[in-house]
Design a protein around this ligand. Structure first.
Ligand SMILES: [Fe+2]
Length: 323
């Protein structure tokens, strides 16, 4: 398949222009708490695909909800698997939808998922992904040792974006250079009293409901993979990490947030594909706000334009920041 296929792009574009897209309610818009130090949307797995309408519809509905919001997010973070086939035509649709609401967010932070990198030559696909990120207004991408990983510093927090160092069909391979870099980035942020939001596509083994949240299969499937323990060791040497991931396509539940003591693990449902579990609504996402002494994480049903009922598991998470 070509990286960029004009006919597929045109077909998706026509779908987008003619299909029914849910109209999120404007009665309960996302609002920015002015006391928050930093607020961002965390979305998992749009997985835009030229072969199905539903993912385009779901992602477009989420963007509509962002369009209705009051105020402006500091950032939108996507936790990988932007494009099902890693094809340019799919990225182009995703970028157009994000750019249609670019006045509603500052930076665009995005890590690669297995779908983004698994089908083609690593170096070439890195270029395709970089071009996508930079085509979104506010897109951040830094060249770092030929890999996908880099960080972005803010006054009260640091985002650390991890990315596989090789093609991987389902997991992530984090080489020793990246692990060393990861440790350095977290250490620096910790010394500066900053929360380290570490973004990666897959969570850790035995975390966020694995293996249940990956259909109960195997000891590592659904996680980073064989290097999961090495990454956990790094997090456990510090006190300031909030590890944010996607990949599981598991709806709001008891599994989204896990307090692992010295670090926290937040698994985000999919904004594009079908969510598993008892809350299976389309277009799910989290709105995360950092405060002086805590982090507040709210579950958003974007297609409906509503917050998930606060009484339900995973709907409203408040955790103290480790000092
Ligand atoms: Fe994935």
């Amino acid at each position: 398949m070509n990286f960029y296929n004009e006919n597929r792009y045109k077909a998706m574009k026509k779908t987008l222009e003619t299909m029914y897209i849910p109209e999120p309610s404007a009665e309960e818009p996302i609002e920015i708490d002015e006391n928050a130090l930093f607020t961002f949307a965390a979305w998992g797995d749009p997985q835009i695909f030229h072969g199905t309408e539903t993912r385009i519809r779901n992602f477009a509905a989420a963007c509509k909800d962002i369009a209705n919001m009051r105020g402006r997010l500091d950032a939108i973070a996507i936790l990988g698997d932007v494009a099902e086939m890693g094809a340019e035509c799919e990225y182009k649709i995703a970028a157009e939808l994000l750019n249609s609401v670019s006045d509603k967010f500052g930076d665009f932070l995005c890590v690669t998922g297995n779908h983004d990198i698994r089908r083609r030559n690593y170096a070439r696909q890195r270029g395709v992904f970089r071009d996508f990120v930079l085509s979104v207004k506010g897109g951040i991408f830094e060249n770092h040792s030929g890999g996908y990983y880099f960080s972005k510093d803010y006054p009260r927090c640091r985002f650390i974006l991890m990315g596989s160092d090789t093609n991987s069909f389902e997991g992530t391979y984090i080489n020793s250079a990246q692990r060393k870099w990861l440790e350095k980035e977290i250490t620096e942020a910790e010394k500066q009293g900053k929360t380290a939001f570490v973004l990666n596509h897959q969570t850790l083994k035995w975390t966020n409901g694995l293996p249940v949240t990956w259909g109960g299969n195997g000891k590592w499937r659904g996680s980073i993979g064989i290097q999961s323990d090495k990454i956990r060791e790094i997090f456990e040497r510090h006190n300031n990490v909030v590890f944010i991931t996607g990949h599981l396509h598991y709806g709001f539940s008891i599994y989204n947030f896990e307090d692992c003591g010295c670090f926290k693990a937040l698994s985000v449902p999919t904004v594009g594909v079908v969510n598993h579990g008892s809350v299976s609504d389309d277009s799910q996402g989290y709105i995360v706000s950092l405060y002086e002494d805590k982090i507040v994480i709210r579950a958003r049903l974007h297609a409906e334009g509503k917050w998930l009922d606060k009484k339900l598991p995973g709907a409203y998470i408040e955790c103290k920041i480790n000092k």
